[in-house]
Design a protein around this ligand. Sequence first.
Ligand code: ADP
Ligand code: ASP
Ligand code: MG
Length: 815
Amino acid sequence: MNVLKFGGTSVANAQNINLVIDIISKASQKDNIAVVVSAFGNTTNMLLKTAELAAVKDEYYKSLLKEIENRHIQVVKDLIPVTEQSAIISHTKRLLNYLETLYEGCYLLRELTSKTLATIASFGELLSSFIISEVMASRQLNSVYKDSRELIITTESYETAQVLMKVTQENCRTFFKANDKQIVILPGFIAATEKGETTTLGRGGSDYTAAIIAAAVDAKELQIWTDVSGMYTANPRIVKQATPIPHISYQEAMELSHFGAKVIYPPTIQPVLHKEIPILVKNTFKPEQEGTRISKNPNGKQRAVKGISYIENISLLTLEGSGMIGIPGFSKRLFETLLAEQINIILITQASSEHSICIGINDKEASKAKIAIDETFAYEIASGKVDPILVEQQLAIIALVGENMKNHQGLSGKMFSMLGKNNVNIRAIAQGASEKNISAVINSEDAKKALNALHEEFFEEKVKQLNLFVTGVGNVGERFLAQLQQQQKYLREQLKLNIRVIGISNSRTMLFEEEGINLDKWKTLLSKGVKADLEKFREQVKSLNLRNSIFIDITASHEVSKIYGQYLQHNISVVTCNKIACASEYGNYQHLKQISQKYNAPFLFETNVGAGLPIIDTLKNLIASGDRIHKIQAVLSGSLNFVFNNFSNENTFHDVVLQAQKEGYTEPDPKIDLSGVDVARKILILARESGYILELDDIENNSFLPKETLETDTNEDFYTSLKTHEAHFQQIFKEANDKDCRLKYVATFEDGKAKVGLQHIPSDHPFYNLEGSDNIVLFFTDRYVAQPLLIKGAGAGAEVTASGIFADVIRIGKF
Ligand code: ADP
Ligand code: ASP
Ligand code: MG
């Protein structure tokens, strides 16, 4: 015989019940079966909610009850032929009427005892099992209905009753021995005391019902049919990359379910374990999928870590005090106090100094526990031997599970360094001596990130996911997204990086898509996004709390540059081509670098100097390897280089600048380039990255622009002024031309001082042949003395700047 259990979602409506009937009829052709069913999906929750409302005299309970009633009647109408409906509908209504009188009782008495709650909750399974059994009968299946309350006998703790195994097993054996039908259908979850009062086996308890029956009748197999394809490496709702575990041992399954893998109710495994009856977890909606087989000795190659689970709503209680050291009996009294209050302990840790004991319990019981423990230790607290108990709430326990972990070294090291890398603060750690489980207590809000990061580390090992949030999608931003889209496949396959864009914003609208924005149509999606708001964007990035999050600034905005710190301190990396932050006061630059280090969030700005050229990265490598920078000489403005390479006595300065702007070489405000401010910012950043403390004001800037041009406020005035002063610019050209020199805007850093300005470059100088919008940098260092280290190439333009940003993202991927 086999036992099949179908969960709430599997029987949630007529359509699903049809699938269930198919599975049952196929299974019953091979062997006799017992079918255990849950209440129709969510009914138990509704039943309990209705009771709570009735007990506080909230009339809304009547509407909820009506909803429950309609739902059940509807399933009868959908599945039973009209001619057979009336008897079934009247029995269903009889059950519902009885339920209604129970609610009326609660309403009148304003009372809700545990006993009443259990009786009310039992109606979910009573109704579902009755209706499904009638559907089977109407389809001529060889079946019989049996009320589990006649078989499963429990103690009188009504809602989570303990099963009296001996009598229960005898009842089951006697019944099944006498039974001659192929299919027996029974309600899960419900049982009765010896006096015949209704009890329940705890939320999720239908699995347990099925296991008890399977063990009693020595079933060949216990099948748990649910809404996912087995027991997964982590909860598939939270970790999208999780996959079903094909084979797992009883011990591992028990450990995972105790630590929150709701797919199996924890007590379920115990009864079948002794009989070595395998449990098969299958998906009602995809019955062809293999599912998970839980058995004593699972087949195939076994991973060290089988799964990762977590439990929410944890409180950590810490009993601490110097008076505890070396004195026996503290823990005994602590645990006895909790036992007396019937509080379940989920996790315990005690440091070997015996100076403190930490226990994890359910949040709901925290205040009751505190009162009781403080009372137990009142004398010690008063005399200062121990402190009043410390309660921390809203925590979660996250656990790695696997029987084989004991044979592998370094797993806990890997676990904690991964959590550390993701800035997940660990409040307590517990590892059983058997090493089947390593648990860490963390903040609830970090649970999702931690689960995903650990899953990536232990199960996806090879592919790392980066989550990008991009602000500014003008020229450069657009190119960046296009490059990313083109390379996504390559990055995944070759670099094992899965890069997803989760958020995009321009100055008008913003868009978020937790599963990754479709880069084929980001423009259309963004245009339909919500109104852009820097602060809301940041809030959203923070609340999504995804691991490996990267904020990318592709604007030239002051406002955006001011909030990098707030990203970094939430462990969100920042990549920017915006120079404002790194060229602001030294203190701010330094602060950003410090918090980047403290919170493990890279802060990269390669494109601040020389667009996509690897200038800052090279500089960092020189410094990291012990070299020292003495002098930097550079042409760092792609736009100025373009302007002076094209300007001659055959055109006008005004037209050349305008062309440079049109081709995307200048900042949105071209005066920032022409005045030399942009170059000054760049040399400042290089000097700072070389380890020197410098401010923008310390840089000598010999601007070639007339004073009046420098003082214009708008782009329009600026261009008009260029026209007015054409003679001035022609004079500059002539002076250089007469000496056979070219004009280059040169930045120099030497002896701790920096300056920028226009220079006459003779033909034998390495800067002379610098074409188009190219940049060049010469580093003179301890190691590069006579011949400087030279980096040269395109230093402006959307495509190369985008690729520089891209390179920073990949650097973070390898971090
Ligand atoms: P049923 O109603 O069939 O008893 P449950 O809702 O009790 O179903 O359990 C199935 C759910 O358990 C899944 O939908 C999933 O959200 C959750 N779950 C949590 N952890 C895991 C895990 N490790 N593997 C599979 N499912 C899990
Ligand atoms: N219906 C019960 C519950 O929701 C039992 C179960 O579905 O397993 O808890
Ligand atoms: Mg369940």
